[in-house]
Design a binder for this molecule. Structure first.
Ligand SMILES: Nc1ncnc2c1ncn2[C@@H]1O[C@H](COP(=O)(O)OP(=O)(O)OP(=O)(O)O)[C@@H](O)[C@H]1O
Ligand SMILES: [Mg+2]
Length: 369
């Protein structure tokens, strides 16, 4: 059955216009980047967004799926308004999603490298912020990939999450706004953080440094009447002290799983670590969300991985899967999220749909008591 994403067709104004400063597309300094239209063909990358079995770009562009919108209480007549006022760098705005009654802190973790942790943290955060939520992303990976995607400087003398963890500098002094998303903020990570795993070993309450920093920052924001609705902590590909700090600070774990060979390898170790943190350090912690990434509808393998994940990890798995998408992979090299790079691509729509599922799941759980 052909089934779309259930998301209204996107109106794209001013989307994907590359900015002038240090844009090369491959992370090479000193060159201006071409506009997106000059570097990439207009046709979509052919990934299938949405649930496994979807038939790809044609389906996703076929307009709102009224059934899905109604089921979620959303209006199928919502129109996506982007780049209001036609300004060259207008804000990105989508129809509002319900806000959680309290801050939901997601730890995006999987010690396996390259499974889509950063991509998911960045794009889910952007999707939720564009839908009206106040969102913070904490880059907790010395690679600083989330900082790059948000175009936040993260060379080694930029104050970053490292200073908060090691020196106790308030997060409010290192947090940056993300351009074009008025309610999205990010704390950058620099290469300094690569030493933090070792340095933390001798620090008092070493597992709860991030929790302390976040609690103080959140209390400040609440006092100012600007409570965060969501916080995403982007973890490095390890189960070391940085990830433990994230697990102690968070209340929900979001596990991205790449639809590839060995997809579930290492998931056992991850779950055991989470369980240990839950019993010893953070009883609030749950594995609330599993997100299948880089799904390729053309391969049997992707479908098998999806099946296996659903069988093994159960209800936490979102119905939405993230397709393998050229637009998703090229966006960070232009310091952008896929929502600003190509809002009508299958990749952007799938992250919007996943954000929507995350927002509505909480509402359903609340209603269920
Ligand atoms: N859905 C997708 N389609 C195509 N490419 C993707 C997709 N998701 C992620 N990628 C690409 O795969 C690579 C790994 O993704 P990402 O950096 O998000 O993984 P990660 O788990 O954060 O990696 P690390 O463990 O190194 O932190 C990146 O080059 C990213 O652009
Ligand atoms: Mg990463």
């Amino acid at each position: 059955m052909m089934k779309g994403l259930g998301w209204p067709e996107v109106t794209v104004h001013e989307i994907g216009v590359g900015r002038a400063r240090r844009r090369t597309g491959v992370g090479w300094p000193g060159e201006e980047s071409p506009r997106r239209e000059e570097v990439a063909p207009r046709e979509d990358d052919g990934g299938a967004a949405g649930s496994p079995g979807d038939e790809g770009a044609a389906a996703e562009r076929s307009g709102p799926d009224e059934e899905a919108a109604d089921a979620d209480g959303g209006s199928p007549t919502n129109v996506v308004a982007m780049a209001a006022g036609g300004e060259p760098k207008g804000d990105v705005v989508f129809p509002p999603l319900p806000l959680p009654p309290h801050t939901r802190t997601f730890v995006v973790a999987n010690q396996k490298g390259g499974v889509g942790k950063t991509t998911s943290a960045v794009n889910l955060a952007a999707a939720l912020a564009a839908s009206g939520a106040h969102v913070l992303v904490v880059d907790l990976d010395p690679q600083g990939n989330a900082s790059t995607a948000f175009n936040i400087e993260h060379h080694d003398d930029v104050p970053s999450v490292y200073e908060s963890l090691i020196d106790g500098q308030p997060l409010s002094e290192v947090v940056h706004p993300v351009e074009r998303f008025p309610t999205l903020f990010a704390v950058p990570a620099t290469i300094d953080l690569s030493g933090a795993e070792l340095e933390l070993v001798s620090v008092i309450a070493r597992e709860s440094r991030l929790k302390k920093a976040l609690e103080a920052h959140c209390a400040e924001r609440e006092e100012e009447g600007r409570r965060y609705d969501y916080i995403f902590i982007d973890c490095p590909p390890s189960l070391g002290l940085l990830t433990i700090n994230a697990l102690v600070a968070g209340d929900e774990v979001l596990v991205p799983i790449q639809c590839e060979y060995y997809a579930l390898e290492g998931v056992g170790a991850l779950y055991r670590t989470i369980e240990r943190v839950r019993t010893q350090l953070n009883p609030r912690l749950t594995i609330s969300t599993v997100l299948l990434t880089m799904y390729d509808a053309r391969t049997r393998l992707s479908a098998q991985v999806a099946e296996e994940v659903r069988a093994n990890l159960g209800a936490a798995a979102l119905d939405t899967v993230i397709p393998r998408s050229v637009r998703i992979s090229e966006a960070p090299s232009f310091q952008q999220t896929v929502l600003t790079w190509d809002a009508s691509s299958s990749g952007a729509l799938s992250y919007l749909q996943a954000a929507r599922e995350i927002a509505y799941r909480a509402v359903r759980q609340d209603e269920a008591g």
